[in-house]
Design a protein around this ligand. Structure first.
Ligand code: PLP
Length: 471
C-alpha cells in the first residue's frame, strides 16, 4: 500500500468509524448470530491475489458487523464499560502508524518517557499516594490488563519471599469475591489450588480482614510463608470495597505483599468526592486500575503502580547480550521490558495522553460523575419498585438488583431483555441468588437510555409475572 493509497483508504476507514459512532445505538446490542455463522460467510482459503480495499471494507458490514456485540452502544449495561473514545482511537492509530517497539528506552525514548510522565500525571489526577510516582522508589507502567498487573505483582512478591527455593511453602490470599484473574495468576505463578486461600466476606461482600489475619497466623504457625494478598477496590459482582488499610496492617505483620485490584472503580478517583476508592493505598505494594474500562481509553490500557520498582525488576529482568546498550548500562533510563511479561511493548501511552488532553481533568470528572448520578437514580427506582430489590449497596456505577420472584424469573428477565436487542445486561450470583447487574459507564449513555432501560425491565418483569400467577 503506497502512502497515497493509504491516505485514501485511511480516510474511508475514519469515515466508517465516525459513522459507526453515530449509529452504534441503532444495532441490536447483543449480537444475534448463531455459532459458526460468521465463519460461514468467509471463504475457506486466503485470497490468492490482492483484493481491492473497498471490497475488504465492504465485508466489515457484510461479514463482521452481524457478529458484533455493541460495547459502544448507549444501551450497553453488561459486564463493565469498555469505552473507545475518539481521542483514544486516534492515539491508537498513531501508535500503529509509528509501529515502534518500546521494550527498551533506547528502542524509542519517547515511548518510555511519555509513559512515565503520563503515569505520574495519573498519580496526581487520581490522588494516588506519592510513593507510586516515578521520582521515588516506585513508579507506574501500562500493562495490557488487570490480569497481567496481578500476575507481575504476584511474581515480584514470590521473588521477594524467596522464589523457587520456598515455592511449595508460599501461601497467597484473596477474597471469595475477587476476580477470577487472581486464581489464574496464581496458577500461572506455579501455585497449587491449596496455596491460594479464598478468605470469606462480610455481609457487604468485602473481605473479612479478621478472618484473613487468622488464616495467615495459622499458616505461619504451620511453617508456611504467607507472602501475597490480593484485595479488590470494587468487586466484579457487587462493587464491594475490601478494607485495604486493615488488610495491609494484617499483611504487614507477615511481610506479605499487598496488591489492590481497582479494575473498573479506580477511575472514579478522578473526582475528589469518590476518592474513598483509594482508601488504604498508601500502605500497599502495588495497585492497578483500567482506563480501558471506565476512563474512555480503548482496550488495552491498565495503569499499574508499584511502591518499589526494584522488586519488579529483580523478578523479571533478564539481560541477554543482544539487548545490551549504552543507555541501559548507564542506569539512567527505565526499560519497561523489565516491568512486564512480554519483551515487546506497544506505545500505549499515546492513547492515554490523547484522552487526558482531550477531556482534561474536568471533562473526565464530568463523565464519571454523570455515570455515578445515573446509577444512583436507577438504584432509587429499584428501591421504590414493589417488584425489585437492591442486592447490594451502589457506591458508584454498578447497580446489583433482583426481582423478588427468584432465580428463574431473574434469568428470564435477563434473557428476554437481551434477546430483544434493546439493551444488554448480565448477571452474577450473590448469596446464592441470581442477581442482575446494571453497569452504567458507556460514553454514549444518557439519562434517556437509562430511563428507557428501567421501563423495559419493569415491563418485561410485569409480563413475566402476568404469565405466572404465583408472582
Ligand atoms: N478485576 C476486576 C475486579 C474486574 O472486574 C475485571 C474485569 O472484569 C478484571 C480484574 C479483569 O480485567 P482485565 O481484562 O483487564 O484483566
Amino acid at each position: 500500500m503506497t502512502p497515497d493509497e493509504f491516505r485514501q483508504a485511511g480516510a474511508e476507514v475514519v469515515e466508517w468509524i465516525a459513522r459507526y459512532m453515530e449509529q452504534a445505538g441503532d444495532y441490536p446490542v447483543l449480537s444475534t448470530v448463531d455459532p459458526g455463522e460468521v465463519r460461514a460467510n468467509l471463504p475457506p482459503s486466503p485470497p490468492r491475489w490482492p483484493e481491492p480495499f473497498a471490497d475488504v471494507l465492504a465485508d466489515m458490514d457484510r461479514v463482521v458487523m452481524p457478529g458484533i456485540t455493541h460495547w459502544q452502544s448507549p444501551d450497553f449495561f453488561a459486564f463493565f464499560p469498555a469505552n473507545a473514545s475518539g481521542p483514544s482511537i486516534l492515539g491508537e492509530l498513531l501508535s500503529a502508524g509509528l509501529g515502534v517497539q518500546g521494550m527498551l528506552w533506547a528502542t524509542s525514548p519517547a515511548c518510555t518517557e511519555l509513559e512515565t510522565h503520563v503515569l505520574d500525571w495519573m498519580v496526581e489526577l487520581c490522588g494516588l499516594p506519592d510513593r507510586f510516582g516515578s521520582d521515588g522508589a516506585g513508579g507506574g507502567v501500562i500493562q495490557d490488563s488487570a490480569s497481567s498487573a496481578l500476575l507481575v505483582a504476584l511474581l515480584a512478591a514470590r521473588e521477594r519471599a524467596g522464589g523457587a527455593a520456598v515455592l511449595g511453602r508460599l501461601r497467597a490470599y484473596t477474597s471469595s469475591h475477587a476476580h477470577s484473574s487472581v486464581e489464574k495468576g496464581a496458577r500461572i505463578a506455579g501455585l497449587s489450588a491449596e496455596q491460594l486461600t479464598m478468605v470469606g466476606v462480610g455481609p457487604d461482600y468485602a473481605m473479612d480482614a479478621t478472618a484473613l489475619g487468622m488464616v495467615m497466623d495459622a499458616d505461619r504457625a504451620a511453617g508456611l510463608i504467607p507472602f501475597f494478598v490480593a484485595a479488590t477496590a470494587g468487586t466484579t459482582s457487587s462493587n464491594a470495597f475490601d478494607p485495604v488499610a486493615d488488610i495491609a496492617a494484617v499483611a504487614a505483620t507477615h511481610g506479605a505483599w499487598v496488591h489492590v485490584d481497582g479494575a473498573m472503580s479506580g477511575s472514579a478517583a478522578v473526582a475528589p468526592e469518590f476518592r474513598f476508592v483509594n482508601d488504604g493505598l498508601d500502605r500497599v505494594d502495588s495497585y492497578c486500575f483500567n482506563p480501558h474500562k471506565w476512563l474512555f481509553t480503548n482496550f488495552d490500557c491498565d495503569c499499574f503502580f508499584v511502591a518499589d520498582r526494584q522488586a519488579l525488576i529483580d523478578a523479571l529482568s533478564i539481560l541477554p547480550e543482544y539487548l545490551r546498550n549504552r543507555a541501559t548500562e548507564s542506569g539512567a533510563v527505565i526499560d519497561y521490558r523489565d516491568w512486564q511479561i512480554p519483551l515487546g511493548r506497544r506505545f500505549r501511552a499515546l492513547k492515554l495522553w490523547f484522552v487526558l488532553r482531550h477531556y482534561g481533568v474536568e471533562g473526565l470528572r464530568h463523565h464519571v460523575r454523570e455515570h455515578v448520578a445515573l446509577s444512583q437514580e436507577f438504584a432509587g427506582w429499584v428501591e421504590a419498585s414493589p417488584q425489585f430489590v437492591l442486592a447490594a449497596p451502589t457506591p458508584l456505577n454498578l447497580v446489583s438488583f433482583r426481582h423478588r420472584g427468584g432465580d428463574a424469573v431473574n434469568e428470564a428477565i435477563r434473557d428476554r431483555l437481551n434477546e430483544s436487542g434493546e439493551l444488554y445486561l448480565t448477571h452474577t450470583v450473590l448469596d446464592g441468588h441470581v442477581t442482575l447487574r446494571m453497569s452504567i459507564g458507556a460514553l454514549a449513555t444518557q439519562r434517556e437510555h437509562v430511563e428507557r432501560a428501567w421501563r423495559r425491565i419493569e415491563v418485561v418483569a410485569r409480563s413475566l409475572a402476568g404469565s405466572d400467577p404465583t408472582l
